[in-house]
Design a protein around this ligand. Sequence first.
Ligand SMILES: Cc1cc2nc3c(=O)[nH]c(=O)nc-3n(C[C@H](O)[C@H](O)[C@H](O)COP(=O)(O)OP(=O)(O)OC[C@H]3O[C@@H](n4cnc5c(N)ncnc54)[C@H](O)[C@@H]3O)c2cc1C
Length: 437
Amino acid sequence: MNGHHTVVVVGGGQAGLSASHCLSARGIDHVVLERETAGHEWADRRWDSFCLVTPNWQCRLPGFPYPGDDPDGFMVRDEIVAYLRTYRDAFDFPLIEGIEATRLRRTTRGFQVSTSEGELTADHVVLATGPYQVPLIPRMAERLPSDVVQVHSADYRNPEQLPPGEVLVVGTGQSGCQIAEDLHLAGRRVHLAVGSAPRVARRYRGRDVVAWLDDMGYYRRGIDEFADADAVRFRANHYVTGRDGGRDIDLRAFARDGMRLYGRLTGINGGRLTFAQDLSHNLDAADAVSEGIKDSIDTWITAHAIDAPHEDRYVPVWQPDTEPSELDLHTSGITSVVWSTGFGRDHRWIEVPVFDGRGYPTHERGVTSCPGLYFIGLPWQHTWGSGRFCGVAEDAEYLAAHIASTSRRTDGLHWIAGTPDSTYPADEYWTAPRTVA
Ligand SMILES: Cc1cc2nc3c(=O)[nH]c(=O)nc-3n(C[C@H](O)[C@H](O)[C@H](O)COP(=O)(O)OP(=O)(O)OC[C@H]3O[C@@H](n4cnc5c(N)ncnc54)[C@H](O)[C@@H]3O)c2cc1C
């Protein structure tokens, strides 16, 4: 596979297909490269009982709003995959599956994209390679006894996959909380190391909290409206679930019903685990965020004189007696650990210096400091929905318009915007440090 395209889009998930849809609408020549198959992330890296946390009505890919009959429900994994693959099949996307982009370099005329099947050149490249790429596991995992089975949340499928015995789940972001619940509902004794992620109620005063926040304009707020963009961009997501029609995740209720809660896992020494003394604090802080969101909904209801039913506030159903600081793996009967410790990004193949000291791409609404190079699908790229189903269409539209205007300016001159100059040395010089970003 060789040749030149105006745009090469790398990644055929919802972000890449959305970008493609908006480029096609403007008649811009492009190709989408996907190393697996469209929807692969949802199909192959989510557990069996997985379902959306966001209501179905928020699935609004460009030209393809949620087509089902349960807009207030939460699609399960296979329905999400079907939604995406129906999208793929309904439009004539120039998608090539099974091809990986392995190297991206700047050239004097644009970009060179090396792939598993040959070389491409492009005037523009849109990187839609996903927000959650590389499973992160802390190095202390190496100190676990060898007879303890370890999986990352990306590889967890169901309780039967784990050996009989008790399970330690580390991390209480969305994945950790939902996996802990999955195991708990299956009758497994779960030990949960609770981190600092906030929580949100599923419903309040007669509606899904997402519906209130949507009315309140929360999902349309741009990242530039926040005083500390980084704090917003990198904070953990609120935990809640769409399972069985949607409900709260209340870790205190799990504890009341037999789950063992601890603070953050801080160390492993032989078979002994140590925890920070922050369980009470983390539970209180998560509840405070949830109640604060309810406060803002109350304010909205009052300000707009909305006739919404009263709802009593949350009352904690359990409090820790002590802050457990240690746990012996073997005496507790723990035979497996599920690391729900998040994901990183691997940008080593992108040899263009657009990353900051943390390896995060420097960009404004996905337009990087290197002319012609764009990202799409980053969490809070522009709004809350950028890294989700609900906001990616707006970002795709923005980037397609940007590319169209840049291409128009360069018509006849082929490539002028972003011509390498003294600040942008050409070709082989364009190699970024090989670090995992
Ligand atoms: C546990 C979990 C729960 C989530 N729940 C929700 C939810 O309820 N609602 C919601 O709206 N969002 C949710 N999200 C967030 C988001 O919608 C998903 O992460 C979604 O998969 C992001 O889509 P994407 O297209 O940006 O990236 P991805 O789906 O990750 O797609 C990127 C694609 O790029 C391909 N790729 C990567 N590198 C290359 C390369 N070098 N060459 C070629 N192809 C490449 C990959 O194979 C992949 O198919 C959740 C995410 C996680 C992890």
